[in-house]
Design a protein around this ligand. Structure first.
Ligand code: ADP
Ligand code: MG
Ligand code: ZN
Length: 503
C-alpha cells in the first residue's frame, strides 16, 4: 500500500513507542585492504588497486590484515564490549556486480566484539545508554556508477561502470541492540549516538570517519509498538544514511510513516528503504532477505582469529579519553556553555582550537578566530574548517600579535585574509601589507591634530561637554591611518588634547 499522508510526529508518539536499531559501517583507515596487499588510497584510477584476491579470481587466497584486527579490537574495547577469544570469518553469499567474489567475507555468529554499550549525551545534558550487540569485521564492495540516466540510479541508465578499488577495504560494522525507551527523543538519540561513535572512532585513530565521504554510514532500523505493548513490531531498514542530520530525519520520517500505515490498518513489510536528502522522506527498496538466504558458512580460506589476552589488555591501555568526557573537560577549561560547546563541535573546531591553544593562544582568542572569521570563511567557500589553508600555529601567531598590541582585531582579520589567500605566514602578511598598529605617539599625535583641525565644529562640541561626539574624531583618525591606529589610545589622545575628561 502507499501512504500519502503521514501522521503528525506528536500523534505518532501519542499512540506508539519507537524501537530503533542502528547499524554503522566504518571504513578503517588501514594502508592496505583487509585480505590482500592492495592500497586503499582514495582517488586512484579506477581498477588500478586490485589483485587476484580482491577480484575473486580462482585460486587466489586471502590473508588477514593485522591492523584491521587491531582496529576492530580497539573499537570493541572502546565500546565496552567483550572481545572474542576465538572467532572466524564467514562467507555471506549473494550476487552483486560490484562484489566480484559473489560472496562478502564477513563475520556472522562469531563476531570479534559483542555485548557492549556507549553512553551518549543528549542536548539537555542527559546521558542515554545505547547497548551494543556486536562489532564485526567485513570488507567493502566495489563501486558501481550508473551512466546515462538523469538520476544516477540504475533505472534509466544506459550502462554501468564498475570500480573495484574499494572492494576489500576493511569495514567494521557496529550493531546496536534494539533501542527502547527513548520515546519522542528516538531521532535525537540516533543522531547523538552516531555523533558520539564518530568522535570515538576518530579519537581511536582507526578511521577519519568522514560521513560525507562514505567512510561512515548508518542503516536506521525502526519499528513501532502500540503504547503499553512490549512486543516489537516489524522493522524497516533505511540504508546508507550519510550525515548526522539525515540519521535524525530518517528516524523521524519512519516514525510518522509507520504510524500512518498502522493507523490505517495496514501492515509494515520488512524491507530496506532509501533516504532522500531533498525532502527527508524514504521510499521502498528491496524486500529484506533473511539470514538463511545468504547461506552463511565459515570462511575456509582464513584461519580463525584468536587474539591473545595479553594483546587485548595491552590495547586496552592505549585507549584515549572518551570523547564525551574529554568534551566536558574542555568545556569547563574553556568556560563555555553546553550550547556553545555544541556549536564548536558541530563546526568541527574542537581539535583546531585545542591545537591553537597548544601553540600558545589563550582559549578565548583561539575560539574567537576559529568560530568567527574562519568559520565564516569556511562557510562561504564551502570548505570544512580543517580544509582552510591556515594552521593552528598561524592562528596562534595572529592571537599573539593582537595580545602584544601589534595588531587590532580589524588588522588581524586582514592578516588572516592574507594567510588564507596564500600570501604567507602572519608576519609575512603584516610586512607585505604594511599592517601594523600605528603606536608611534608622534605620528598618532599628528593624525589627531589634523582630525581636530579638520573637524573644528565637532571639536567645539566635545569641548562644550558632548563627549559622545568623540567617536566621529576617532573615526577620522582611524580613516587617516587606514585602520592601523589603536582606537582606544586615539580616543585618549583626542580627549587629552581637547582638555576634556571622560567621566
Ligand atoms: P540485518 O542484517 O537483517 O539488518 P542486524 O541484526 O544486523 O540484522 O541488524 C538489525 C538491527 O535492527 C539491530 O540493530 C537490531 O537491534 C535492530 N532491530 C531488530 N529488531 C528490531 C525491531 N523490531 N525494531 C527495530 N529495530 C530492530
Ligand atoms: Mg542490516
Ligand atoms: Zn587486492
Amino acid at each position: 500500500m502507499t501512504v500519502t499522508e503521514l501522521v503528525s510526529y506528536e500523534a505518532a508518539l501519542a499512540g506508539y513507542d519507537p524501537v530503533m536499531g542502528l547499524e554503522v559501517h566504518v571504513e578503517l583507515g588501514t594502508k592496505t585492504k583487509m585480505f590482500c596487499g592492495c592500497s586503499t588510497e582514495l582517488g586512484a584510477e579506477p581498477n588500478s588497486q586490485t589483485c587476484p584476491t580482491c577480484l575473486g579470481l580462482p585460486g587466489s587466497l586471502p590473508v588477514v590484515n593485522a591492523i584491521g584486527i587491531e582496529s576492530a579490537i580497539k573499537i570493541g574495547l572502546a565500546l565496552n564490549c567483550e572481545i572474542a577469544e576465538w572467532c572466524r570469518f564467514a562467507r555471506k553469499n549473494y550476487f552483486y556486480p560490484d562484489m566480484p567474489k559473489n560472496f562478502q567475507t564477513s563475520q556472522y555468529d562469531e563476531p570479534i566484539a559483542f555485548n557492549g554499550h556507549l553512553d551518549v549525551q543528549l542536548e539537555d545534558g542527559e546521558i542515554f545508554r545505547v547497548e551494543i550487540e556486536r562489532a564485526h569485521m567485513e570488507e567493502d564492495t566495489g563501486k558501481s556508477t550508473h551512466v546515462g540516466g538523469a538520476t544516477g540510479r540504475i533505472h534509466g541508465a544506459s550502462h554501468s561502470l564498475l570500480d573495484y578499488n574499494r572492494a576489500g577495504i576493511p569495514l567494521i560494522e557496529i550493531v546496536t541492540k534494539p533501542i527502547t525507551g527513548a520515546g519522542e527523543r528516538a531521532p535525537e538519540v540516533a543522531k547523538a549516538y552516531v555523533a558520539e561513535l564518530r568522535e570515538l572512532i576518530k579519537a581511536l585513530g582507526v578511521s577519519e570517519a568522514r560521513m560525507e565521504m562514505g567512510q561512515m554510514r548508518c542503516d536506521v532500523n525502526l519499528s513501532l509498538m502500540p503504547k503499553g505493548s512490549t512486543t516489537f513490531g516489524t522493522r524497516s531498514e533505511t540504508k546508507n544514511v550519510n550525515s548526522l542530520r539525515s540519521v535524525e530525519r530518517a528516524a523521524r520520517f519512519e516514525i510518522q510513516r509507520h504510524a500512518a500505515v498502522l493507523e490505517s490498518g495496514g501492515t509494515i513489510v520488512q524491507e530496506t528503504r532509501h533516504f532522500h536528502e531533498e525532502d527527508g522522506s524514504t521510499t521502498a527498496g528491496r524486500i529484506k532477505d533473511n539470514a538463511e538466504d545468504y547461506r552463511y558458512f565459515p570462511e575456509p580460506d582464513l584461519v580463525p582469529v584468536a587474539p591473545a589476552r595479553e594483546w587485548v589488555e595491552e590495547l586496552r591501555t592505549t585507549l584515549p579519553e572518551l570523547p564525551r568526557l574529554r568534551r566536558n573537560r574542555l568545556r569547563e577549561e574553556w568556560g563555555v556553555s553546553e550550547h556553545d560547546m555544541q556549536s564548536i563541535l558541530n563546526a568541527g573546531a574542537v581539535e583546531l582550537i585545542v591545537a591553537t591553544i597548544g601553540a600558545g593562544a589563550p582559549s578565548d582568542q583561539a575560539r574567537k578566530w576559529w568560530m568567527g572569521e574562519l568559520a565564516r570563511n569556511a562557510n562561504e567557500s564551502g570548505r570544512a574548517l580543517d580544509e582552510l589553508p591556515i594552521t593552528p600555529e598561524q592562528v596562534a601567531r595572529v592571537a599573539a600579535l593582537v595580545a602584544s598590541g601589534d595588531l587590532n582585531d580589524k588588522l588581524a582579520r586582514q592578516v588572516i585574509e592574507g594567510v588564507l589567500a596564500g600570501e604567507g605566514d602572519p608576519d609575512t602578511v603584516v610586512d607585505k601589507r604594511g599592517l601594523k598598529v600605528v603606536s608611534d605617539e608622534g605620528a598618532l599625535g599628528t593624525a589627531v591634530d589634523e582630525a581636530i583641525a579638520g573637524n573644528a565644529g565637532i571639536a567645539d562640541k566635545i569641548r562644550g561637554g558632548k563627549v559622545a561626539a568623540v567617536g566621529a574624531l576617532v573615526g577620522a583618525v582611524m580613516k587617516a591611518t587606514r585602520g592601523q591606529a589603536d582606537a582606544a589610545r586615539v580616543k585618549e589622545l583626542i580627549l587629552e588634547k581637547l582638555g576634556v575628561s571622560e567621566g
